[in-house]
Ligand binder design. Sequence first.
Ligand SMILES: [Zn+2]
Length: 241
Amino acid sequence: MDNKRNFIQYLLILILLSIKISLAFDAETTHPKLTEEAVKFYNFYAKRKINNQELEWMKKGSKNEDLSPRWANHFYDPIHNIAINKRYFRGYVPEAGWKPIFGFVLPAEPLKSVDWSINQEHQFLYYKLNRTFQKAIVSYFKKDYETAFESLGHVLHLLQDLGVPEHARGDPHIGRGGDQPSYFEEYTKNYLNKDINIAKDLLSKNIKFKKFNGIYKIFNELATFTANNWFSEDTINNDFP
Ligand SMILES: [Zn+2]
C-alpha cells in the first residue's frame, strides 16, 4: 500500500516537473499561433497565398521544432556571435558540460539557431531529422509540399524564438534548479490564449512586410533588436551593451 502511494507520489512529482520545465515558448500553443498570424499577414499582400492545408503543415512544423533536444540549438546572441551560453545557467560548473544543465548528454555541441536552420549535417546528428531551410526549398520544387511547409514551420519557430530576450542573449531558462524560466514566454503563453488579431492590427496600421535577401539578414535583424533592447534574468549585470 505504502509502496503504491509512494509510486503515485513520484509519478505526480515527475508530471509536475515535466510541465514546469520550459525551455522555449510553449510549443503547443504559442508557436502555432504566431505562425498562423504570420501567414495571415503574409496572405494579405502575397499573390501566391498560403492555403489552409499548407498553414496546418507549417503549424505542425513550428510545434515539432521543440522535439527534444532540438531546442538546445534555439539560441543566437548576435552581439557576441555565439549560441547558448553555459555561463548564464545558474549554478553552472565550468567542467561539467551540458549534462547538469539539460539532464542528459547532447548528441552534438549546440549551434547558433541561424546556423542550425541551414546545417543539414548537424540536424542529421540530432536523430536524423532534416528540417532545414534548404529542405523546405528542395521539397517545394519536388512538389513535396507537406515536407516543404513543415520545414518552413521549423525555420519560423527559430525566428519566433529570437523575439525572446533569453534566446537572443544565449540565456538558458530551464525553470528548475534555481535557473529562472523566461517571464516573457510565460506572459506570451497566456496572452496568445486569448483572441488575438496581430495580422489584422498590422494591416489596419498599413504596415507592410519587409523583404530580405538571405536568411542571415532576417535572423540578425531580429536577434540584434531583441538583444540590444531587453534584459534577460541572467544577463543584466554582464557584457551586453
Ligand atoms: Zn525559450
